[in-house]
Design a protein around this ligand. Structure first.
Ligand code: IMP
Ligand code: MG
Length: 183
């Protein structure tokens, strides 16, 4: 049996139930803060897609959905802050209220580039919503996470959209990989 769900190399950090509760809270907060507005949710592929799809169902607003895909160079060795847009927005965002939805912020380099890039297109507002915040490796210290789900320790986590070499995105929980060499 090679079950992905009961891998002994996982230590469950956040259960499906805990995630569900938090997503509800975040959705309620966004609903309140954006009352009367029509925000555009921008999901960052691929990691944020599970979070995004659950989140928008907890938001009671007239919203729309867009996606972007970015890749940061030299992630494994040394982060340079250089970011490449692999899939860009298909719409102009001038005057719009944008909520960028990400799975996890660690160095913050990708997000800091992206938020500035979106702001420079003339958006009315650009806010960041991240399910996870891994503060320890942060390089961009002043990056503001407007809507943050959970702080996590400086360990590699998988599940609920987060992958290890494209695997484990489908896990309904978030787990720490105990031994990353055994993935
Ligand atoms: P950064 O904040 O620019 O360093 O990049 C964050 C990105 O790195 C996230 O969007 C994830 O794709 C990836 N990442 C960072 N930490 C983890 C982790 O623990 N598990 C899986 N992916 C991670
Ligand atoms: Mg990501």
């Amino acid at each position: 049996m090679n079950s992905e769900l009961s891998n002994p190399n996982f230590e469950i950090l956040l259960s499906a139930e805990e995630i569900r509760e938090k997503v509800k809270e975040l959705g309620a907060q966004i609903t309140k803060d954006y009352a009367g507005k029509k925000p555009i949710f921008i999901g960052i592929l691929k990691g944020a897609c599970l979070f995004l799809s659950d989140l928008i169902r907890e938001v009671d607003l007239q919203l729309s959905l867009e996606f972007m895909s970015v890749s940061s160079y030299g992630k494994a060795q040394k982060s340079t802050g250089e970011v490449r847009i692999i899939k860009d927005l298909e719409i102009a965002v001038e005057g719009e209220d944008l909520i960028v939805v990400e799975d996890i912020v660690d160095t913050g380099l990708t997000l800091s580039y992206l938020l500035q890039n979106l702001q420079s297109r003339g958006a009315n507002s650009v806010k960041l919503c991240s399910l996870l915040d891994k503060p320890e490796p942060r390089i961009v210290k002043d990056l503001k996470i407007d809507y943050s789900g959970f702080q996590v320790p400086n360990k590699f986590v998988v599940g609920y959209g987060l992958d290890a070499a494209e695997r484990y995105r489908n896990l309904p929980f978030i787990a720490v990989v105990k031994n990353p060499d055994e993935i």
